[in-house]
Design a protein around this ligand. Structure first.
Ligand SMILES: CC(=O)N[C@@H]([C@@H](O)[C@H](O)[C@H](O)CO)[C@@H](O)CC(=O)C(=O)O
Length: 270
């Protein structure tokens, strides 16, 4: 069965943080204002929920469901796409989250490879991903490639992958090897998206043909990175490079400024 909501994923996607109260509980009340902030202040209208930035591996399945539900509910009519990362160490938990993402009408799911007992080969990983995708066959499926943690060759993995995962729609590529990225892009099909995940080298990835980017910094410097992308698209490489270099050298300042902003939203809502 082909994915129902088949809209190519491009541009900037913010990998969202998970708001937590001082008591250690997830703070769902912040998500509505968080969405408004991303849209209005950062010009970002796509999110990647429960990923690395969202510290999903440290959350329970129930907490992840509640977060995904709230993001999907509050994003309706405001965000273009909500992608829910469902990867866990357990296949059954991953399938449960994938099925849940379909029930709450997420726009897609992403799955990282298990990282403690790592898959021994691309074939083993492909089978794992296939079993996850079969729990949500109508949702666009993205493989979350982070080889430093999971250790599988992505080029080998995606060879013929649509034969076993018809809903396969691309890769979130978190790795600084631009040669590997270029090979994935040149193999990728026109309806796939290859989204880059090392924010500090986005310009290099765009030059290699990346269709967009998923990252933590787009929560607080998305407006600047949108300018970088526009400059790249209009061929103004000097401007694109200036912004990229600035973003590499100034992250701490931005983080501090915006953490203050998030803290302010959180405290005003508790
Ligand atoms: C390892 C890691 O967390 N990488 C980030 C980057 O956005 C990263 O925070 C950024 O490049 C700053 O170093 C993203 O690729 C992760 C991500 O998109 C996610 O939260 O799933």
């Amino acid at each position: 069965m082909a994915p129902a909501a088949d809209k190519k994923l491009t541009g900037l996607v913010a990998a969202t943080f998970t708001p937590i109260t001082s008591e250690g509980e997830i703070n769902l009340s912040v998500i509505g204002p968080y969405i408004d902030y991303l849209k209005e202040k950062q010009g970002v209208n796509k999110v990647f929920v429960n990923g690395t930035t969202g510290e999903s591996m440290s959350l329970s399945v129930e907490e992840r469901k509640l977060l995904a539900e709230e993001w999907c509910r509050k994003a309706k009519g405001k965000m273009d796409q909500v992608i829910v990362h469902v990867g866990c160490l357990s296949l059954k938990d991953t399938q449960e989250l994938a099925h849940h993402a379909a029930q709450i009408e997420a726009d897609g799911i992403a799955v990282i490879a298990p990282s403690f007992f790592k898959p021994s080969s691309a074939d083993v990983l492909r089978t794992f991903l296939q079993e996850v995708a079969s729990a949500a066959p109508t949702l666009p499926f993205y493989y979350y490639h982070v080889p430093s943690v999971t250790g599988v060759n992505v080029r080998e993995l995606i060879e013929g992958i649509e034969k076993v995962i018809p809903s396969f729609r691309g890769i979130k590529f978190t790795e600084s090897d631009l040669m590997d990225l270029g090979q994935c892009i040149s193999y990728s099909q026109p309806h796939w998206s290859v989204l880059y995940g090392v924010d500090e080298q986005l310009l290099g990835a765009l030059a290699m043909g990346a269709h967009g980017a998923v990252g933590s910094t787009y929560n607080y410097v998305g407006c600047h990175v949108n300018k970088l992308i526009s400059a790249f698209e209009t061929g103004d490489l000097v401007q694109a490079r200036t912004i990229q270099v600035l973003l590499i050298s100034l992250p701490l300042l931005c983080v501090l400024d915006h953490l203050y902003h998030f803290a302010h939203i959180c405290t005003s809502l508790i």
